[in-house]
Write a protein that binds this ligand. Structure first.
Ligand code: 2BA
Length: 108
């Protein structure tokens, strides 16, 4: 068995969870936050058979989009009276970040 962790954006989560559920997978949604942007995202947790991993990844891929975000870097230290507006940094987020780990499952 494998544990699939998929970090996805909020905008993609509902349709993705619906699709995975309709395909018969059990899904747990965890609220999470990216360390870089400090924005909320969702981590989906699924325990699946080894031969289901590729299908799960395919479903995640087809429901998660890449989006562009702009981050304002810290302004540089300037001499008194000078102003250097920092250029926003363009960042591509997603589709999804997926980790696949070996797992055992016990339901008590
Ligand atoms: P964040 O950490 O908020 O990162 C958001 C996006 O910012 C990333 O998109 C990436 O394009 C960019 N980014 C992250 N760290 C960066 C850095 N040090 N320098 C420049 N750009 C950077 P994604 O790669 O699609 O990641 C989306 C979210 O997935 C991340 O949100 C984080 O929550 C998670 N994630 C991604 N890679 C991870 C990893 N290796 N381990 C744990 N979580 C990860």
């Amino acid at each position: 068995m494998k544990l699939v962790l998929a970090i996805v954006q909020h905008q993609d989560a509902s349709t993705l969870v619906d699709a995975l559920t309709e395909e018969g997978y059990r899904v747990t949604r965890l609220s999470s936050q990216g360390g870089f942007l400090r924005e909320g995202n969702l981590t989906l947790m699924l325990i699946v058979a080894d031969d289901q991993v590729d299908n799960v990844i395919s479903t995640v891929r087809s429901h998660c989009s890449t989006r562009t975000r702009y981050v304002s870097p810290m302004p540089p230290i300037a001499e008194s009276g000078e102003f250097y507006p920092p250029a926003p940094l363009e960042v591509q987020v997603g589709g999804a970040t997926i980790f696949v780990l070996r797992a055992d499952m016990a339901k008590l």
